[in-house]
Design a binder for this molecule. Structure first.
Ligand code: AMP
Ligand code: MG
Length: 398
């Protein structure tokens, strides 16, 4: 069986996610909505700014009233206060963000005027129409859609909603995701380590990551390599939207997840053209989607970032699931073209991408040292300085 390219696996996962969207909604205040996915369009019910306002501390005047002679000051307009219409032949003291009075069509900054002893103001520079005035509706017009369904709400989106007076939003219910760690060798931190055992690092890695993704996490603990236990654990998770497991997906004797899915569900076992992370299971257990990630921690990290995360976002209706990535010069040479797409844990140093010295899939330190993933496509070689794709970890970790 030929290996499946990463983009095929992603396309199949996204298709499957679209076939079972999370449809329940809830209405939240802005303060509660951080990280959630918008389930409605936000349409502006006012212009922004709602009225023309001053971009400077200075003086507002009608340009036609200015002959070069000083103008008397007829009012003082502070932000938050409604002005009177501008009296003809006068100017108004005005501050940044304050409404420009009706009749004024120009604001001069205070640095460019001379205030005379009698209080009149002399404008010393040339003036032009509409200068230093932020027009009504410059940012947004009433009726425009400013945030659409499927947008993830971060601090900036929430700020924009607030600027339009939106106090509550409809969002998609949090995905309920169960995390299962498999392996007889696993022990939780805090316990003594017997010969042959290792500490379970994937559990906290995935649980904390899923929390960042605003999922409701069901920590299903460690499963022994045992078919009965695997079946029982899967059967007890019928209420979740996704089961993510790690380990036990290599086609070997210890492939209990695969056995259970074959018996009581459906199984797709994919040999992905990806490194780290070749074996990946996707299937359903009694209707619940199950994503079986490889157990090596760096493989778990890469496959979760590139496959599980977009899948979970798409279940919530997010269209933009591709992480930001950009081209940077390689600080290394790649002389042997691979058959799998490699994701090297790497750092940007002086604008060049430098991989960690040990790219073994068991090494999580590589990812702590790194601030991104270099993508090296299958079948390519690289000379130092050639462009490579770099995906910042910050793009995928939340
Ligand atoms: P497996 O796919 O179960 O054969 O696991 C592949 C490798 O990942 C083995 O060396 C496992 O010991 C290791 N591994 C599996 N699960 C975990 C885990 N939760 N934490 C740390 N290492 C793990
Ligand atoms: Mg195992």
């Amino acid at each position: 069986m030929p290996m499946m390219p990463v983009e095929h696996a992603l396309a199949r996962l996204l298709e499957s996610a679209e076939a079972c969207p999370i449809t329940e909604r809830e209405t939240l205040s802005l303060a509660q909505a951080q990280g959630r996915v918008l389930a409605q369009d936000i349409v502006a019910t006012l212009d922004l700014p709602p009225w023309p306002n001053s971009a400077m501390d200075g003086y507002a005047l009608r340009l036609a009233d200015w002959s070069g002679e000083p103008l008397p000051v007829s009012q003082r307009i502070l932000a938050g206060h409604a002005p009177e219409p501008l009296a003809p032949g006068t100017c108004a003291r005005i501050f940044t963000g304050a409404p420009v009075p009706a009749g004024a069509d120009c604001v001069e900054m205070q640095e460019n005027v001379e205030v005379l002893a009698d209080g009149r103001v002399r404008f010393t520079q040339a003036l032009s129409l509409e200068q230093n005035i932020r027009p009504q509706g410059q940012e947004t017009r009433c009726g425009e859609c400013v945030l659409s369904t499927g947008t993830r709400l971060g601090p900036v989106e929430l700020g924009l909603a607030a600027s339009l007076g939106v106090a509550r939003l409809d969002v998609v219910r949090r995905p309920r995701v169960a995390v299962v760690s498999t392996g007889d060798e696993l022990v939780e931190p805090g316990q003594p380590l017997a010969p042959g055992q290792i500490y379970n690092s994937n559990r906290v890695l995935l649980c904390s990551w899923l929390q960042r993704l605003e999922c409701e996490v069901i920590d299903a603990g460690i499963l022994a390599d045992d078919l009965e236990q695997t079946r029982a654990a899967l059967a007890g998770l019928g209420h979740v939207d996704l089961i993510v497991s790690t380990g036990g997906v290599s086609v070997g004797e210890a492939d209990f997840l695969g056995h259970a899915l074959r018996e009581d569900g459906e199984l797709d076992l994919w040999k992905l053209a990806i490194k780290p992370g070749k074996p990946l299971t996707f299937g359903h257990y009694r209707g619940v989607p199950v994503l079986g990630l490889p157990g090596n921690p760096a493989s778990t990290l890469v496959t979760f970032a590139l496959l599980a995360r977009p899948y979970l976002l798409r279940r919530q209706g997010v269209q933009a699931v591709t992480p930001l990535q950009f081209q940077v010069p390689a600080a290394f040479a790649w002389t042997r073209a691979g058959t799998r797409r490699e994701y090297l844990r790497a750092r940007l140093e002086q604008g060049r991408a430098l991989p960690y010295r040990n790219q073994s899939s068991g090494v999580l330190r590589s990812a702590v040292w790194a601030d991104g993933l270099i993508e090296v496509r299958e079948g390519t070689t690289l000379a130092e300085g050639d462009a490579v794709t770099f995906i910042p970890l910050s793009e995928v970790l939340g």
